[in-house]
Ligand binder design. Structure first.
Ligand code: IPD
Ligand code: CA
Ligand code: CA
Length: 267
C-alpha cells in the first residue's frame, strides 16, 4: 500500500473518530440507558451505539466496499476483502458511565491482516492520536515517541483486567502484583486503546493485557510501532490479534517485561 493511499485512509479514520467523539461529548454525564451485555461489568450504553453509528456512516460514505468489524454491530461486509476496519466506538465504557474521563474512540484499519492505520481519540481531553505504517505517530498533529526508560525498576506500566476475570483462573492478578512490586507503578486505567496511545506518547513505558478484542488494540498497535515501540506476544513471538494477548513497550524494557510475565506464568 503506498503512503498516499494510507494517508487517505488515515484521514477517513480521523473523520470517523472526530464524528464519534462529538457524539460521546454530547452524551457525557447524561446517560439514560446503561445495560450489562452478559458478563458482569461489561456495559453498553446509548452513547456506544450512537458513536458506532457515526463511525459507520463515515466509513459507508468513503469506503462502502470495505468490511467492518465493530464492537456493537459485529462483522459487516465481505470477509474475503484484504481490508478490515476494526472499530471500538467507545473504549472505556465503564469509565464513561462513571464520568472518569479516560475514554476513546478507536479506529484501526487492517490490510492483509496487519494493522496499518490507527486513530485513537479522547473527546473529553481533546487528544487525537494518529498513525499509519511508515508515516509516524502524532498526538494533536505533533510527532510522538515512546519513552527512553531502560530499566524496568524505573518504569511506569499499565495493564487491565478483562470482563471474564470472575470466570477464568487467568485473571492477570498475579502479574499485576509481581510487576507492582518491581516497578515505579502499574496503572489500571480502563481503556486499552488509550493505554497503547499513552505508551506511544511516552507516558507509560509498557503495557500488557489479556482477553482483548481486535477493536481494542488494532489502532493502538500502529501508534506504538510508529512511535518507535515494540508489540509482540508475551513470549516475544509475533503478536496474534486473535489471541487477545499483547505486550507493548518502548522496546527498551521489552525483554525484561516479557521475562517477568513468563516467570509469573510458570509459577
Ligand atoms: C475494555 C477496556 C478495558 C479492558 C477490557 C476492554 P470497553 O473495553 O479496553 O481497558 O481491560 O478488556 O474490554 O468494554 O470499555 O470497550
Ligand atoms: Ca474496548
Ligand atoms: Ca467499547
Amino acid at each position: 500500500m503506498n503512503s498516499r493511499q494510507l494517508e487517505i485512509f488515515l484521514d477517513i479514520a480521523t473523520e470517523a473518530a472526530l464524528a464519534a467523539g462529538a457524539v460521546l461529548q454530547t452524551h457525557w454525564g447524561k446517560l439514560e440507558d446503561i445495560r450489562e451485555k452478559g458478563r458482569p461489568g461489561d456495559l453498553v450504553t446509548e452513547a456506544d451505539r450512537a458513536a458506532e453509528d457515526a463511525v459507520l456512516s463515515v466509513l459507508k460514505r468513503h469506503v462502502p466496499e470495505h468490511p467492518i468489524l465493530a464492537e456493537e454491530s459485529g462483522q459487516l461486509g465481505d470477509r474475503q476483502s484484504e481490508f478490515l476496519w476494526a472499530i471500538d466506538p467507545l473504549d472505556g465504557t465503564t469509565n464513561y458511565a462513571h464520568q472518569y474521563p479516560f475514554v476513546a474512540v478507536s479506529i484501526g484499519l487492517l490490510i492483509e491482516g496487519v494493522p496499518q492505520v490507527g486513530v485513537v481519540f479522547n473527546p473529553i481531553h481533546q487528544e487525537l492520536f494518529r498513525a499509519a505504517k511508515g508515516l509516524g505517530a502524532t498526538c494533536n498533529r505533533r510527532s510522538i515517541r515512546v519513552s527512553s526508560t531502560t530499566e524496568l525498576e524505573k518504569s511506569l506500566l499499565v495493564t487491565g483486567f478483562a470482563y471474564d476475570r470472575r470466570q477464568t483462573p487467568d485473571t492477570n492478578y498475579p502479574e499485576f502484583a509481581h510487576l507492582t512490586h518491581l516497578t515505579q507503578g502499574v496503572r489500571r486505567d480502563g481503556a486499552a486503546a488509550l493505554d497503547l496511545a499513552y505508551v506511544a506518547a511516552g507516558r507509560f513505558d509498557g503495557y500488557w493485557e489479556r482477553g482483548l478484542s481486535i477493536w481494542d488494540i488494532a489502532a493502538g498497535i500502529v501508534l506504538v510501532e510508529e512511535a518507535g515501540g515494540k508489540v509482540t506476544a508475551y513470549d516475544q513471538t509475533s503478536m496474534q490479534l486473535s489471541s487477545g494477548r499483547i505486550l507493548a513497550t518502548n522496546g527498551r524494557i521489552h525483554d525484561r517485561l516479557s521475562a517477568e510475565l513468563l516467570h509469573v506464568q510458570a509459577h
